[in-house]
Design a protein around this ligand. Sequence first.
Ligand code: PBG
Length: 331
Amino acid sequence: MSPASFPALRLRRTRSAAWSRALVAEHALTPADLIWPLFIAEGEGAEEPISTLPGVSRWSVDRLGERAREARALGIPCVALFPNTPPALRSDDAREALNPDNLICRAVRAVKDAAPDLGVLTDVALDPYTAHGHDGLTDETGDVRNDVTVEILARQALVQAEAGADIVAPSDMMDGRVGAIRSALEQEGHVNVQIMAYAAKYASAFYGPFRDAVGSRGLLKGDKKSYQMDPANAAEALREVALDLAEGADTVMVKPGLPYLDIVRRVKERFDVPVFTYQVSGEYAMIEAAAAAGAGDRDALLLETLMAFKRAGCSGVLTYHAPVAARLLGG
Ligand code: PBG
């Protein structure tokens, strides 16, 4: 029997009214799909706008509670915290990363105080703490050293877990770091702290505004191509994900977002684990710039991209637009 075809079948029929489109929608987007990344700065009562991320600011720790309550009220389940470490505390050995009273640890405690049931994700990587802006320690040639970095990352993750982080998210792309972090957490009794691995993180031109936000753009020597992935590769992303899952990652992330939807889809199909994507700073800036130039409606552009992540197979999305999107979605 051959399948029905035109005119017996008219695919426009189910699209012809809003109620019908709502009934047949294959995917849904809600505020519960969003993770809101927040930048933190030293100071009091401070809000520092970031020029390359219009509409996004760094907040001082005393103002984070407001953001945390805003997230809760909007139905956003989790925030991700990123510190802008004062330059004087950045060093070649990144020792500030291990200070239990550093900016990120104070920020975690502030969020937990204000909204105890809001999830808190922290980034595990050394770039906010190194004098050269790399995610790990370097040797005399400037090469990023893997194994010594992994030891520090495991300790960094512990410091964050002790401050109250619910999810630690290694974004450094060193080999073996997920396993090292998992055993450190287990040893110290943090058995329920999740690891969201930045499993397939590409060496991308879309991270520029983020580096402004955390103050590493001007410091960065060279590029990150010896540890972040080549945009030419897809099969390699699957190997990265397989390793991170074997080492104990609870969830995995693909980053950036929109340019790598094919990777999201392949990871979801192959592993069937919760996959997240990070709609990164350059993607945010692109949407804002397009809207400012009159090329499209900001809200519509935003919601269409977020739905694309859901359709590709994401469980959730890290996006600076989280509060805007949550409001649009009725949160
Ligand atoms: C650092 C880190 C980066 C981002 C998240 N964690 C930048 C980088 O790797 O240089 C990028 C996020 C964004 O651009 O929004 N380990």
